[in-house]
Design a protein around this ligand. Structure first.
Ligand code: DC
Length: 227
């Protein structure tokens, strides 16, 4: 297993993993893996090609052949599929729902494992998802389970959408999040749950910079030579 340091950040949707992972990666000058985006891209491609949510082999083939490029330094977006910026598209409700279906299929998860591990490159990697610590990077010396109350998570998502001038309904967002969390928690493969070796961080009521500071202090403990 590679000795390149990894920070694995897992947790439910809307807990702030993406925002925190990006900020921490920037501060440290490390690489970033948004693993959820890969499942979302499979869902988007499936919808475009008319592949059904229960066609495990068809979906796994799409996962193996994803032509994706991440450019996190881009001012906006930064997720390119076959050179098309799909950063916004993959966040919509349909793709979010589809992603939680395709993510429950072992064939799809298997098809994406090596692609995720390839992100582990010097000087280090910050990876966010549901199984970063448990399955993809079990050797990570720092594993964090980031969470927040359902009310706070729905409210954050609501503000995000409103800021973008999009339509949003708090109650719908809350039930969508709950439905997705339930699917992520109850699936048989790589279910969402804090591992025995992960540190819990409840971000309810905390600012982004509070959370980033806490994570950086843990990085200094886990990887003393690096930050
Ligand atoms: O983090 P996100 O909301 O972008 O993830 C989209 C979906 O993919 C969500 O239903 C959980 C799933 N997922 C997963 O099963 N494993 C990961 N490592 C990342 C995301």
């Amino acid at each position: 297993m590679s000795s390149v340091p990894v920070i694995a950040i897992d947790g439910p949707g809307g807990a702030g993993k993406g925002t925190i992972a990006k900020a921490v990666a920037r501060q440290l000058g490390w690489h970033l893996l948004d693993s959820g985006a890969l499942y979302r891209l499979v869902a988007l491609t499936a919808m475009r090609h008319g592949v059904a949510w229960d066609d495990a082999q068809g979906l796994a083939a799409l996962a193996r052949n994803l032509d994706v490029r991440f450019d996190f330094d881009a001012v906006a977006g930064g997720i390119l599929m076959s050179n098309e910026d799909v950063s916004e598209l993959i966040r919509d409700a349909e793709c979010s729902r589809g992603a939680s279906f395709v993510a429950a299929l072992p064939a799809v998860r298997g098809a994406l494992i090596q692609r995720q591990r390839d992100f582990q490159a010097a000087p280090g990697l910050v990876a966010d998802g549901r199984d970063m610590g448990s399955v993809v990077f079990p050797g990570a010396a720092l594993k964090i389970f980031l969470t927040a109350t359902i009310e706070e998570r729905a409210l954050r998502r609501y503000k995000q959408l409103k800021d973008k001038g999009m339509d949003a309904n708090l109650r719908d967002l809350s039930s969508e999040l709950e439905e997705r969390d339930r699917r992520d928690r109850e699936r048989e493969i790589a279910p969402l749950k804090p591992g025995p070796d992960s540190r819990l961080l409840d971000t309810t009521g905390l600012s982004i910079s509070d959370v980033v500071q806490t994570v950086l202090s843990w990085v200094a403990e886990a990887y003393p030579a690096n930050p």
